[in-house]
Design a protein around this ligand. Structure first.
Ligand code: FAD
Length: 378
């Protein structure tokens, strides 16, 4: 059994909350320092493939996520006109379905409520200013000037991680020339599973979120200069991209895109930090160390899996350094595969939109193979 008893987690996103729950359930005293004074999770959904549900199940939360979300099967891949040509997705894992669509806010609430129940302490509006990382403990000065000493510090502070920049050097996320536009809707009665529509210049997804709601994602290439899009342009530009889709389900909702405040526009960035993912008593998880783009819908699933594996190894292994090395070893190939294949799919779809996709390349088959691998035990 590890000597780690008192843990500081920096970042209260999916990775930080799930790690806090897993460690608190193992008897650790956990503090989460979250930059924002209040959580302000945006109002669209997230795809949870079966492996993400499996990680949630290890925390006892999969059933709650499915009850408050919307389980569905394989994703139907369609032409822009709506003709289904294949299906993709992580196959079901035991009783867990291929996917669960869920509102990000609801997922965050489920994780936060469980963390509170497990006794996790939250320091809101707080980050770390100084980290003194020793062989057997880590001293911290918080941004409010208070200090603390912990057995382990987990950096779960996302793609622009401050913990990473303080402890691991400078790594800059790379913009992939792609962006995602998202918008929430009342659910169409005919949306019985997830759908993707492949356009000539973009692709669109319609994903169930709850029994009554769904969201759209639209993946586009906005060019190499990553332009800033002012709020007043969000609705007309999103609708302009959708003009090429004659699929009835897309047509039915286009005119409901009216509120720029509901358009969640996000340029897509990737980052992968080479091994090791720890130094003395500081370890990185989630997007802080492997931020992927959503082409496989796996980023949050990887963060959840990191949390399960890290807590398991810290529980089992007496020597903390050995546990952290084993953590890197167990996670790195799987996370790298997800980032690499997601980037590959993003590049191929951009070639496709330019009419330059090499003969014989089947993007759906590349996605299907990678998603099939996600069933493997972690
Ligand atoms: C457009 C888009 C769509 C996506 N869709 C999916 C999907 O469908 N399925 C899926 O599995 N994944 C998806 N992802 C990826 C997923 O959102 C991320 O992988 C996941 O949120 C990573 O969780 P995290 O906890 O590591 O980081 P984050 O979610 O970024 O959380 C980091 C937390 O740390 C806090 N923080 C930041 N800096 C500091 C600091 N200095 N001090 C203290 N706290 C700090 C932040 O406020 C935040 O609460 C998508 C990503 C994008 C961009």
């Amino acid at each position: 059994m590890s000597t780690v008893r008192n843990v500081l987690i920096v970042g209260g996103g999916i990775g930080g909350l799930s790690s806090g729950i897993a460690l608190a359930r193992n008897g650790c005293s956990v503090t989460i320092a979250e930059l924002h004074q209040e959580f302000n999770v945006y109002g669209v959904g997230i795809i949870q493939p079966a492996n993400a549900l499996r990680a949630l199940d290890a925390l006892g939360l999969a059933d709650e996520a499915m009850r408050r979300g919307s389980p569905y099967g394989l994703v139907k891949m369609c032409t822009a006109a709506g003709h289904v040509f294949t299906q993709v997705g992580v196959p079901p894992i035991g009783r867990l379905p291929s996917h669960n669509g869920i509102s990000r806010r609801i997922l965050h609430e489920i994780l936060y409520e469980e963390a509170v129940k497990q006794g996790v302490v939250f320091k809101m509006g707080m980050s770390v200013a100084v980290i003194e990382n020793k062989a057997d403990e880590v001293g911290v000065q918080f941004t409010d000037g208070t200090t603390g000493t912990f057995d382990l510090l987990i950096g779960a502070d996302g793609v622009y991680s401050k913990v990473r920049s303080l402890m691991f050097g400078q790594y800059k996320p790379r913009y992939t020339n792609e962006s995602v536009w998202r918008y929430p809707f009342k659910r169409l009665p005919e949306l019985e599973t997830g759908y993707m529509f492949m356009g000539k210049r973009s692709k669109v997804g319609l994903i169930p979120m709850t029994a009554d709601t769904m969201y759209m994602f639209l993946v586009t290439s906005e060019g190499e200069d990553n332009p800033f899009i002012p709020e007043e342009e969000l609705v007309p530009r999103m609708k302009a991209w959708l003009e090429e889709y004659s699929a009835p389900m897309v047509q039915k909702v286009i005119n409901e895109i009216t509120d720029p405040k509901k358009v969640v526009y996000r340029p897509l960035e990737v980052l992968f930090v080479p091994a090791p993912w720890y130094k003395n008593r500081v370890v990185l998880i989630g997007d802080s160390v492997h931020a992927t783009i959503p082409q496989l819908g796996q980023g949050a699933g990887l963060a959840l899996e990191d949390s399960i594996v890290l807590a398991e190894l810290l529980q089992k292994e007496n020597d903390v350094t050995v546990a952290l090395q084993q953590f890197t070893d167990r996670r790195i190939a799987r996370c790298k595969m997800v980032v690499d294949v997601s980037v590959q799919v993003g590049e191929l779809e951009q070639l496709d939109w330019k009419g330059q996709l090499p003969e014989g390349i089947n993007i759906g088959a590349i996605m299907g193979k990678a998603l099939g691998e996600m069933m493997q035990p972690i």
